[in-house]
Design a protein around this ligand. Structure first.
Ligand SMILES: C[S@@+](CC[C@H](N)C(=O)[O-])C[C@H]1O[C@@H](n2cnc3c(N)ncnc32)[C@H](O)[C@@H]1O
Length: 262
């Protein structure tokens, strides 16, 4: 595995992300929600059309985007803060014979790559953990060749404060390294500021099965109980929008932003 870079600039939040995700590497490799989905199929289809020379997966987690890209790209680099995640991804790549998949420990906010060294960038369900999402998006744009495509997928916050507060609160209780889910409007602004033109934005909903959502992050019981209390005490409108079920399972809004480096 390549050595960590940007260590001098790494922050206590970045360390917190590593300590939250490191022990959960196997759970993220095995996660059914992460291993499938229309967004993953969309990324694979785009990569199949383009057949990139060098593709980058930012915040690779259990590596599901990187595995999908490896089928179509000449070379794939999977970046994550967590060395445990990267060791798990490298292990799966070996098992699957994906010799074109390499891992690199780094923060998205300080990527150890030359300008314009990739022709495809993807990042899925990671940006809401980035301490400085604008810096991460700027880095993604910097390492991408001009006019090349990128895809960003993440949970989307409703623009309405009532719903936004509920979402951010349960996310933080479940995983204390959560920073923020952004609204679609915030994503559009951030992508434009970083130097991306949005070509398509596809919104969809995914059901989060409560027991596996909590188990994946090993959320401590008092925090699980707090989430359940909040869900039960939430206003009817909140319960309805998130379609909260008796066992705590609920629906999350997601978006796929298909963009191009300006
Ligand atoms: C939910 S997982 C990603 C899931 C994965 N992309 C997939 O599609 O299955 C979030 C990952 O983002 C990583 N991460 C969070 N902040 C990061 C940062 N600043 N730089 C690099 N990786 C980061 C975490 O270590 C974690 O592995």
């Amino acid at each position: 595995m390549a050595t960590p870079t940007g260590t001098e600039s790494s922050t206590s939040h970045d360390h917190h992300v590593q300590s939250q995700f490191g022990p959960r590497a196997a759970a993220y490799v095995e996660s059914a929600v992460h291993a499938a989905g229309e967004d993953l199929r969309h990324i694979a289809q785009l990569a199949g059309d383009i057949r990139p020379a060098k593709a980058l997966d930012l915040g690779c987690g259990g590596g599901h985007v990187a595995y999908a890209l490896a089928a179509h790209a000449h070379e794939v680099v999977a970046v994550d803060l967590s060395s445990d995640m990267l060791a798990a991804v490298a292990g799966v790549a070996r098992q699957r014979g994906l010799a074109n998949l390499h891992v690199q420990q780094a923060s998205v906010q300080a990527l150890p790559f030359e300008d314009a060294s990739f022709d495809f960038v993807a990042s899925r369900f990671s940006a809401h953990h980035w301490q400085d999402v604008d810096a991460g998006l700027r880095e993604a744009a910097r390492v991408l060749k001009r006019a090349s495509p990128a895809v960003f997928v993440d949970v989307i916050a409703a623009g309405r404060p009532l719903l936004d507060t509920h979402l951010q609160t349960i996310e933080l209780l479940r995983d204390t390294s959560h920073v923020r889910n952004y609204s679609a409007a915030e994503w559009h602004e951030k992508l434009a500021r970083a130097g991306f033109g949005v070509e398509r934005c596809h919104m969809f909903r995914t059901r989060m099965e409560f027991a596996s959502w909590i188990a994946r992050m090993a959320t401590p019981k008092p925090l699980v109980d707090a989430i359940r209390l909040l869900q039960k005490a939430a206003a009817p409108e909140v319960q309805q929008v998130f379609a909260i079920e008796p066992d705590g399972s609920f629906m999350l809004d997601m978006a796929v932003f298909a963009v191009r480096r300006c």
